[in-house]
Design a protein. Structure first.
Length: 129
């Protein structure tokens, strides 16, 4: 199973890089339109694949993992985030939905800022040596 996921992830990552580059060349500028396109397309793909794969025996567990965890996960983890939010929305779990979206946004942006600050400190230490 791990090989199916790893292969799908490699293909998804390559597809993300390719599509993001194409969109950036098509619409250059500061707005991350390439990332937005990848996130929207990945979410659309994951929604289709999960619904189709779970409702038909034609898709094996290995192929489902290859497409969802592997390809879509390598293409964009935002698709999994979107799917989980859609499930909370469908179940009417409004408070959990709000908490998940809010925490995800605040903690991930904070994580990026903290990681960048730690890298700055590491670079300062490296330059001092």
């Amino acid at each position: 199973m791990i090989y199916w996921i790893a292969f799908g992830s490699a293909l998804g990552g390559a597809a993300r890089y390719t599509l993001g580059g194409i969109v950036h060349r098509w619409a250059p500028g500061e707005f991350p339109l390439g990332t937005l396109a990848v996130n929207v397309i990945g979410s659309l793909l994951l929604g289709f694949i999960i619904r189709y794969a779970l409702e038909t025996p034609a898709v094996s567990a290995e192929i489902r993992a290859f497409l969802t965890i592997g390809f879509c996960g390598g293409f964009t983890t935002f698709s999994a985030f979107s799917y989980e939010n859609a499930m909370l929305l469908q179940r009417g779990e409004w408070s959990r939905l709000a908490l998940y979206v809010g925490l995800s946004l605040v903690l991930t942006v904070t994580g990026v800022l903290a990681g960048a600050a730690l890298a700055g400190q590491a670079l300062t230490l490296r330059r001092a040596v």
